[in-house]
Design a protein around this ligand. Structure first.
Ligand SMILES: Cc1cc2nc3c(=O)[nH]c(=O)nc-3n(C[C@H](O)[C@H](O)[C@H](O)COP(=O)(O)OP(=O)(O)OC[C@H]3O[C@@H](n4cnc5c(N)ncnc54)[C@H](O)[C@@H]3O)c2cc1C
Length: 405
């Protein structure tokens, strides 16, 4: 069977690898000159930095078992959060990436949790206003689906002073869905989940992966934009005017052209303008990577990620765009002062980016409804409604297995 995988980001590469292991004849197409998509490093002054907070987890592949992973280092996945949303003092908590609020959890009566992001946040009663004010910077919350709260790390909230959280969560499934507990309290006995990062950066990891794919017989086509058309029940692919012929197409690239040209579904929810600020600390940090999610309405920083890359102690900070770079850098300093980080550091660069992670409920319903038509057209969709990359890979690979079997 001939399989075309469109998009050479992480999910496309994993899909190509998986389809090959199932015996398909696979061709991978990527519009850019290199594989990697959003995982590609940012490079300033010849130095690589991770493009935001990015880890690999081995839910989709046992990395110890596959040849392309020889440059991956394995470590315990640590994280925390810093919250100043109407709290008396900023709360810095380990093992919890969600907001941490003062006081006890008092949820509204009969909360609506599976509709808009706005409605779900109203479930937190008198504390909703603070959460809504912070989250509104991600877009219009009454138009966004509640699932958009996942990339914001707002799908649950931790009330640190509530002595009965466990009991509330155990008694009521809705409270369980809305209330967070730090990992060490939730699963005290369990070992910390393992994660992986490439020791020489993602660009080298993808160069290695490209070589592996070529060596096993996958045709890897970079600088190759793919377009599609539908005529009746036949979908055809072209690249630079040339027709590409395949039995199955795995579309992991941007879904907008596929959904609009083939299914007449328009995705119009705006992307989120963000900034990425990267740099190095003057003093060495412990080598285990760590990230803090930041919740503070007066500060544009949303996430601080520290890690070692090629012997350098690096950071990648994510912030809302909109402020001047001067104000953003003051926010970075203010957040660094509150975290256990060295005070001396050098900023290497600021990059403006856009995040395509938001959907309205209508868009999600449209994608779900047309997804029934994908198989009959020979298309395997790229699990765009999932945020986590491992969940995406698992979902796509499962559909590939069904299609090839
Ligand atoms: C800044 C950021 C941080 C994130 N952090 C996390 C995280 O911590 N954890 C997590 O699980 N998820 C995270 N995500 C989501 C995560 O990126 C995705 O789940 C996943 O990694 C995206 O990989 P992908 O291959 O699906 O898409 P992409 O990386 O976007 O790859 C798509 C590829 O398709 C190519 N392409 C587009 N159009 C065409 C065309 N017409 N023809 C050929 N090629 C085409 C593009 O050039 C690109 O290389 C983050 C996303 C962003 C943007």
């Amino acid at each position: 069977m001939k399989v075309a995988v469109i998009g050479g980001g992480y999910t496309g590469c994993m899909a190509a690898f998986h389809a090959h292991t199932l015996g398909a004849q696979v061709s991978l197409y990527e519009v850019e000159s290199e594989l990697g998509g959003v995982l590609r490093d940012v490079v300033f002054e010849g130095k690589n930095f991770f493009n935001a907070c990015q880890y690999l987890r081995n839910q989709a592949y046992d990395f110890e078992d596959v040849s392309f992973s020889e440059h991956l280092i394995q470590f315990d996945h640590h994280y925390g959060s810093l919250t100043r949303l109407g709290n008396k003092h900023a709360r810095l908590v380990d093992d919890c990436a969600q907001p941490v609020l003062d006081g006890e959890a008092v949820l509204s009566n009969n909360p609506v949790v599976n509709q808009s992001a706005w409605e779900r946040l109203l479930a937190y009663g008198s504390r909703s206003a603070d959460l809504i004010r912070w989250a509104s910077r991600f877009g219009s919350l009454n138009q966004l689906d509640y699932r958009c709260l996942v990339p914001m790390q707002l799908s649950r909230v931790y009330f640190a002073e509530d002595p009965c959280l466990d009991e509330k969560k155990n008694k009521d499934p809705l409270a369980d869905e809305l209330l967070a507990l730090p990992r060490r309290l939730r699963i005290p006995e369990s070992s910390i989940e393992t994660a992986f990062l490439p020791n020489k950066g993602f660009n080298k990891f993808f160069a290695n992966l490209k070589e592996t794919l070529i060596n096993i017989g996958v045709s890897v086509n970079t600088d190759t934009p793919v377009k599609l058309q539908r005529s009746e029940d036949v979908v055809s692919l072209t690249s630079r005017g040339e027709r590409l012929k395949f039995d199955k197409v795995v579309w992991t690239a941007n879904p907008i052209p596929l959904l609009s040209r083939i299914f007449n579904v328009k995705l119009t929810t705006p992307s989120i303008p963000m900034k990425l600020i990267v740099g190095e600390f003057s003093t060495s940090l412990p080598v285990v990577p760590y990230y803090w999610q930041i919740f503070d309405v007066d500060i544009s920083v949303t996430r601080v990620y520290v890690y070692e890359l090629e012997g350098r102690s690096c950071f990648s900070v994510e912030a809302f765009a909109g402020d001047s770079d001067e104000k953003t850098l003051m926010d970075v300093k203010s957040v660094f002062d509150q975290l256990p980080l060295p005070s001396r550091y050098t900023i290497f660069g600021i990059e403006h980016q856009r995040r395509h992670v938001n959907f309205s409920s209508e868009e999600l319903h449209s994608i779900e409804s047309v997804s029934q038509d994908f198989p009959s057209l020979g298309i395997i969709p790229g699990a765009w409604t999932q945020y986590g990359r491992e969940e995406k890979v698992q979902s796509i690979n499962c559909k590939i297995s069904e299609a090839i079997r």
